[in-house]
Design a protein around this ligand. Structure first.
Ligand code: ADP
Length: 540
């Protein structure tokens, strides 16, 4: 505060001094006789005091007391007479306020010394100065704000541009660009940090994407339907397996997506109890067995549902379970027949004996057939060695026909051969036994699964490194969807469609396994009632 009042004092003194100097200037050369006239022209407020302290002149009103009062001892006057100038601030009794006084020693043309005293209301002055100061402060504040706003806008625009270019560079993905940031060292540094960070991020994102794609590929490749659902039963993720179980369209609630109530019942149970559930169900509409599992993933509050089509393995399991029973049954029937006819033979009249013997022979053949299948199966399993040797096709044909003699005769089957071999004596470089096994089974099926007079065409074409063999029949054929099943062990298409009750469902599995061992491939073309064609290759 002291400093500020000093400042005000100085300012007041400066003003008063200027006024006093001006008065001095204007009244230069006054004398006693003319001072009244000269001073009257001066518009400044001042008092003229002589060396005795009397007021000679006052530009404004002054009271009698003022006139009477001796001014010699007034600080500013005293000082002025002593040093040439004087300054004082004090309370004026007349004006009842703080006044600032300035005294300036003056000498008229007659050598008489006076003091020109100028005065102002110090309170007014302070008020004015304060107003000025406040105005100035206010002005500076406004100016600063204006400068700040302008600068900020400029900075903003400039920075915004640079940051925008950083953002674009970052968003552009895998390319790491350099940005233009002239002069802004910190910005360049900042950008380098961001760039390194982006590099690292991109690396991680790439890695994650690779893993994601790998996982997606695995999930979509499995033949297991996988669904991930939240607690509100909304599907979060689902692969495409077993599409026939679902309604087409977007991912929705499980209850809208899954077509079959049997599946929904299991899912519902799992979702309600939040316990792991594993249930085998049968969908009668589809004639399919499904294994449905529901697992609650507690940490994610999600359900993992898997559905597996187990129809095939269920059926195969079923078939295998019945196999021993079937085999015993199949063995028992011819054995019972043989036993019965043997007993009957003892007392049979001569004319029936031949008949009985024929029946016994055909049952023995049946037994032989079944046993051959078993032998073949165990042979394949125990030895996978191929014995390639040159064999005339005639020998293969004779062997096959010898085995199938009974069936061929009984059915009146015609077997036709088309050979396209390089050797003029039709020698083939093959594994004799295995080739016989394959041909025997295929020709036999062509005869059995036939309700006309069987006509079988065997065609062999020799290629550079293999033989291409086709066995075509005019039999009952089978539907397209059974194409792969028929090569499975123990698999038989509906028994009712054929009279071959002795079949074991092993014939074609023996064929396929044998062809595999010989390095070949087998495929089949068939349609119901139009016959079938099996084509296989044998490496030389
Ligand atoms: P099996 O003859 O002992 O039943 P296979 O493995 O030889 O066993 O044949 C499997 C099934 O394929 C048979 O049950 C039959 O229904 C069908 N099949 C096989 N060959 C033919 C064919 N040539 N024509 C029509 N159906 C066939």
């Amino acid at each position: 505060m002291g400093k500020i009042s000093e400042l005000y004092g100085d300012a007041a003194k400066r003003t008063l001094k200027e006024d006093a100097l001006m008065v001095k200037e204007l009244t230069n050369g006054y004398t006693k006789s003319n001072f009244q006239d000269m001073f009257g022209n001066v518009k400044k407020r001042f008092t003229l005091i002589d060396a005795q302290g009397n007021i000679l002149y006052d530009s404004e009103r002054y009271t009698k007391e003022d006139e009477m009062a001796n001014h010699r001892n007034r600080e500013e006057v005293k000082e002025a007479f002593e040093t040439g100038e004087g300054f004082a601030i004090r309370k004026s009794k007349t004006l009842r306020q703080n006044m600032a006084y300035y005294g300036l020693l003056n000498e008229n043309s007659e050598g008489e010394k006076t003091v020109i005293r100028t005065s102002i209301s110090y309170d007014e002055e302070i008020k004015d100065l304060r107003t000025l100061l406040v105005t100035q402060i206010f002005f500076f504040i406004i100016l600063n704000i204006a400068i700040y706003i302008c600068y900020k806008n400029y900075l903003k625009r400039d920075l915004f541009k640079k940051i925008e270019s950083m953002r674009e560079a970052l968003e552009s993905g895998d390319e790491i660009k350099t940005i233009y940031a002239k002069g802004d060292v910190w910005l360049v540094k900042f950008w380098k940090v961001v760039r390194d960070w982006q590099k690292e991020n991109l690396k991680n994102i790439r890695k994650l994407n690779e893993e994601k794609t790998r996982l997606k590929r695995v999930i979509s490749a499995v033949d297991l339907s996988i669904i991930l659902a939240d607690e509100e039963s909304k599907i979060i993720m689902k692969n495409n397996a077993l599409g026939y179980l679902y309604v087409n369209g977007k991912l929705d609630s499980i209850y809208k997506k899954v077509k079959y109530i049997e599946i929904l019942n299991v899912i519902n149970k799992g979702m309600k109890t939040k316990e792991n559930i594993k249930e085998e169900i049968f969908i009668s509409k589809l004639k399919k067995y499904l294994l449905v599992t529901v697992k609650y993933l507690e940490f994610k509050k999600e359900f993992l549902i898997t559905i597996k089509d187990i129809t095939r393995s269920r059926e195969l399991g079923e078939i295998q379970k019945n196999f021993i029973a079937n085999v015993s049954h199949e063995l028992k029937t011819p054995l019972t027949n043989i036993k019965g006819y043997l007993i009957a033979l003892e007392d049979a009249p001569q004319e029936l004996q031949k008949n009985f013997l024929d029946i016994i022979r055909s049952n023995v053949e049946k037994l032989e057939n079944i046993t051959m299948d078993f032998l073949n199966i165990s042979k394949i399993e125990s030895s996978k060695i191929i014995n390639l040797a040159p064999v005339p096709f005639e020998r293969v044909k004779d062997e096959v026909e010898k085995i199938l003699n009974g069936k061929v005769k009984k059915s009146g089957a015609v077997i036709e051969y088309n050979l396209d071999l390089k050797d003029e004596n039709n020698y083939m470089n093959i594994d004799f036994e295995k080739t016989v096994t394959v041909l025997k089974n295929l020709i036999e099926n062509g005869i059995i699964y036939n309700n006309k007079v069987p006509h079988i065409t065997v065609s062999i074409k020799e290629e550079d490194d293999r033989y291409r063999v086709s066995v075509k029949d005019n039999g009952i054929g089978f539907p397209e969807q059974e194409k792969d099943n028929i090569f499975e062990r123990f698999y038989r298409i509906d028994k009712a469609r054929t009279s071959n009750v002795a079949g074991t469902g092993l014939g074609l599995s023996i064929v396929k396994e044998t062809v595999d061992i010989c390095g070949g491939k087998i495929e089949v073309f068939s349609s119901e009632n139009e016959g079938s064609e099996f084509i296989f290759t044998l490496l030389k």
